[in-house]
Ligand binder design. Structure first.
Ligand SMILES: *Cc1c(COP(=O)(O)O)cnc(C)c1O
Length: 352
């Protein structure tokens, strides 16, 4: 740290992303990326025309991309905000709607507390129940911005639409953000509630179910008022936040939806097999509605298991948070990658 940093940032604890090994061949199951590449139309969209167009600024309104997203969900472009990853949408939601504080679960996406600190927003951290589920009663009239990841990460557990609507209704005076980074792998989405609830903001990403983590494309869906607020903040920080390459690829990705739907189905099949395989190996597996599983075993400590897999070239994610220190989050890879993981896990358990 230099002597020049503003005092208010001195104690800020930044978000620590999962490891991204450069160049090494490893089985990478630590950051919930898609195991398959983007679709053919998405790839073809990154063409000569887009390359030649780089000399110009991109459309700061991202209209083509917003149209593709709006069409896909049966919404209007006025309901759509696009951002540099969904992290940027989340950042702006905290920046814009955190006036009275922010409430979110103790075990959830680690970035929420970072944004709260960054913007000097007091947090109400609400413990998950003993079984890691969320009790909607705990969020009855929080009196502040409420942020719920559904499905939650890293547990993979999903709240029902009824429970979500209860939280949204009971917090009418504040914004409720539903972070749906993993919703394509589950059964519930709050998008149909947008029409009825002007305080609802659904935040989504192309990083997981649309195989574009490196393109950095996220979006927020909500009432026109909320979207205009986010636009105001965007035009006050980074008007060209979604670059022209990402906009072209993203537009194509929403127009070739069938490709991604098939990939998601494949991941769900592999997930079912992985849950079964881990249970057979004696692990406790939380039923997952996401593209990862959250597992623990009495036979091996969570941190040790993660380190031993790493020695064998397999990366998974371990969190130091006390309540979940014996768990690991494992991204669903290809069937071949998962077979290797099961074999290596069996070997590790035999030797401990
Ligand atoms: C991955 C993830 C995000 C952010 O993804 P981006 O790559 O920034 O779009 C947001 N929320 C949750 C819960 C996530 O797991």
């Amino acid at each position: 740290m230099s002597v020049f940093l503003r005092k208010r940032f001195e104690a800020l604890k930044e978000y620590v992303p999962g490891e991204q090994p450069q160049g090494k061949t490893v089985i990478k199951l630590n950051t919930n990326e898609a195991p398959y590449p983007p679709g053919p139309e998405t790839e073809a969209a990154l063409n000569h025309e887009v390359a030649a167009g780089l000399r110009r600024y991109n459309d700061p309104g991202s209209l083509e991309l917003k149209k593709a997203i709006a069409e896909h969900y049966g919404l209007r472009t006025e309901n759509v905000f696009v951002s540099n990853g969904s992290d940027e949408s989340l950042s702006m939601a905290f920046m814009g709607f955190g006036e009275d504080g922010a409430a979110y679960p103790d075990i959830s996406y680690g970035f929420y507390s970072v944004f709260a600190d960054l913007y000097g927003i007091p947090s109400k951290v609400v413990p998950l129940k003993e079984d890691f589920t969320i009790d909607p009663e705990d969020y009855a009239d929080t009196g502040m911005l409420t942020v719920i990841a559904n499905p939650n990460a890293p547990t993979g557990l999903e709240l029902s639409l009824k429970d979500l609507e209860q939280i949204i209704e009971e917090n009418r005076d504040h914004v409720v953000v539903i972070d749906e980074a993993y919703a394509d792998f589950g059964t519930v989405t709050a998008i149909p509630l947008i029409e009825k609830h002007p305080n609802l903001l659904v935040i989504r990403t192309c990083s997981k179910s649309r195989a574009m983590a490196g393109a950095r494309l996220g979006y927020a869906l909500g009432s026109p008022g909320l979207i205009r607020d986010l636009e105001k903040l965007k035009f006050s920080t980074n008007p060209y936040n979604v670059n022209s390459m990402t906009a072209a690829a993203g537009t194509a990705a929403f127009r070739e939806n069938t490709y991604y739907k098939e990939q998601v189905e494949q991941v769900k099949e592999t997930r079912a097999r992985a849950e079964e395989a881990f249970r057979k190996l004696g692990f406790r597996v939380i039923p997952s509605s996401a593209n990862f599983i959250f597992v623990t075993s009495d036979k091996i400590d969570g941190k040790t298991y993660q380190e031993m897999l790493k020695e064998k070239g397999i990366l998974i994610r371990h969190f130091d948070n006390r309540r979940i220190s014996n768990y690991n989050r494992i991204t669903i890879g290809t069937p071949e990658e998962m077979e290797k993981l099961f074999r290596v896990t069996e070997e590790i358990l035999e030797n401990c």
